[in-house]
Write a protein that binds this ligand. Structure first.
Ligand SMILES: [Zn+2]
Length: 212
């Protein structure tokens, strides 16, 4: 796996301090599961956070936040994650199913979704998005932060090409139009703070019905 798109430093800090919303946190931690570079950055952020906290409160070692617990987990879930070929934070939400066993809900031609549960009170939404090879997602902007991790296949937009392991951080008001590479389906793990804002009137009209 050759990862070229990484988490922003601010997202790593938020993950380390435990302030990232659950849905965004699952996607960020899943990237960290695969990415040695971001894992090192997270460890450093946790260490600095601990040092700062100790200085502010005068207390001894604090338990670390973020993925520390998951990464240190015992053999069995780790083996399951390796078996399915997905990061543990994703696998633990699939109830033992693989991506092909999931029930996908058709949204628009070339696009299906599988919703993943987040705790009540979480403002974000977490879902798997399956896009057919060659499909173009209609141009849209974002009402809030959006984190996307590529699990299978690849797509390109104006920010470059995104393949397995890459993360796309899209900030509020950023507009893009992802196009999936022709030969294979692309499956992504997506967390959004707010619904996508489609540029086309037609897409805005059907959005409430297809729930994307
Ligand atoms: Zn990374």
């Amino acid at each position: 796996m050759r990862i070229t798109h990484h988490l922003d430093a601010t997202t790593i800090l938020a993950l380390a301090s435990g302030t990232l919303d659950e849905a965004l946190g699952v996607v960020a931690a899943s990237h960290v599961w695969w990415c040695g570079k971001c894992r090192a950055a997270l460890k450093e952020a946790e260490r600095l956070g601990g040092v700062l906290l100790n200085r502010l409160t005068g207390t001894a070692d604090q338990p670390s936040a973020g993925e520390g617990g998951a990464a240190a987990g015992s053999g069995e879930p780790q083996a399951l994650a390796e078996n399915i070929g997905l990061p543990l934070p994703v696998v633990s939400r699939l109830g033992g199913l693989s991506l092909s066993d999931l029930r996908w809900r058709w949204a628009v031609p070339g696009l299906s979704l599988h919703e993943l549960a987040v705790a009540k009170g979480g403002k974000g939404r977490l879902f798997l998005l399956r896009m057919a090879g060659g499909a173009a997602v209609p141009q849209h902007g974002h009402g809030g932060e959006e984190l996307t991790l590529i699990l299978r296949g690849s797509y390109s937009d104006r920010f470059g090409r995104f393949a397995v392991g890459d993360i796309a951080e899209l900030h509020r008001n950023v507009v893009h139009r992802p196009v999936v590479d022709k030969n294979d389906n692309c499956i992504c793990l997506v967390a959004t703070e707010a619904p996508a804002r489609f540029t086309s009137l037609i897409m805005r009209m059907i959005q409430p019905f297809v729930r994307i």
